[in-house]
Ligand binder design. Structure first.
Ligand code: ADP
Ligand code: MG
Ligand code: ZN
Length: 275
């Protein structure tokens, strides 16, 4: 921000829903808005004994994106891993994702940096994974109940992780707009943040100007537009600067953006988020 004592450091994790007709590990349709649980099969329902088979187009879309983001490495072999967590929207009890051997590494994206110059923002990695299902909370006589719709379970996602190279909320917005333009141009994602087909988690910390070590970060979720990403970051940077100026410490945690009240709410500590 414009504070002359502190600067902010931002890294973004973007999840893009890929525009394939079928899911990532089975032949079920990815079509949105149909009757709950109408696009499911033993694979995406997580029945015992089934085996996932990768969707060729998902890999092609991933590689196209990796090349467009100038990734230095797209290894001939990448590996899927199980990310274990327990939640009713995840029938297998683990998400199939990539961890140690992602699809692509070390790319960059250029953003405007004044006076007709461009600045490179590093891309740490691009990897493929599956989406989870959706919980639908009942209303009226069903307000005591929650329902699970697994139509989205197994829809292909591509995660694009940036280096902590962004310095202001505006730069983060610029990065997001440019990234979205690339994905939409390639035809791999429709780029609609408002509809959740593009989601962004924003990691942010502050440090005294001139310092090179990174400060403790918080992670912001639930922003459903570019503008909200910028607003949430600006609010959070302000909060962190105020804390540190008072001699207090930033605690590592995940915060949820509340777009109606334009505030962030604490969701959970990071211990829980890590597995
Ligand atoms: P985690 O394991 O908590 O997900 P990672 O190291 O994988 O953390 O980083 C996730 C995202 O957070 C990346 O985009 C990265 O650039 C960014 N990031 C990491 N450390 C910081 C920090 N101290 N301040 C701001 N952003 C950070
Ligand atoms: Mg992360
Ligand atoms: Zn299926």
């Amino acid at each position: 921000m414009n504070d002359h004592t502190f600067e902010s450091v931002i890294g973004l994790e973007v999840h893009a829903q890929l525009l394939t007709q079928s899911k990532i590990f089975c032949g079920c349709s990815t079509r949105f808005g149909d009757k709950p649980n109408s696009h499911t099969c033993p694979v995406c329902l997580g029945m015992p004994g089934v085996l996932p088979v990768i969707n060729r187009l998902v890999v092609e879309y991933g590689v196209m994106t990796a090349l467009a983001l100038h990734c230095e490495e797209v290894p001939p072999r990448s590996i899927f891993a199980r990310k274990n967590y327990f939640y009713p929207d995840l029938p297998k009890g683990y998400q199939i994702s990539q961890y140690e051997s992602p699809l692509a590494l070390r790319g960059y994206l250029e953003i405007p940096a004044g006076e007709n110059r461009l600045r490179k923002i590093g891309i740490t990695r691009v990897h493929l994974e599956e989406d989870a299902g959706k919980l639908v909370h009942g209303e009226g006589p069903e307000s005591e109940s929650s329902f699970v719709d697994l139509n989205r379970a197994g829809v292909p996602l591509m995660e694009i992780v940036s280096e902590p190279d962004l310095r202001t909320p505006e730069e983060a917005g610029e990065y997001l707009r440019r990234l979205t333009a690339i994905l939409v141009y390639l035809g791999v994602c429709d780029g609609k943040m408002e509809e959740g087909s593009l989601r962004c988690d924003a990691n942010v910390s502050i440090r005294r100007r001139g310092e090179t070590a990174l400060g403790v970060k918080t992670e912001l979720k639930n922003m459903n537009s570019f503008k909200n990403v910028e607003k949430a970051l600006a609010k959070e940077i302000e909060r962190q600067i105020e804390l540190v100026s008072k001699g207090k410490k930033v605690v590592q945690e995940t915060l949820l953006w509340d777009p109606d009240n334009e505030v962030t709410l604490s969701m959970r500590g990071k211990e829980e988020a890590h597995d």
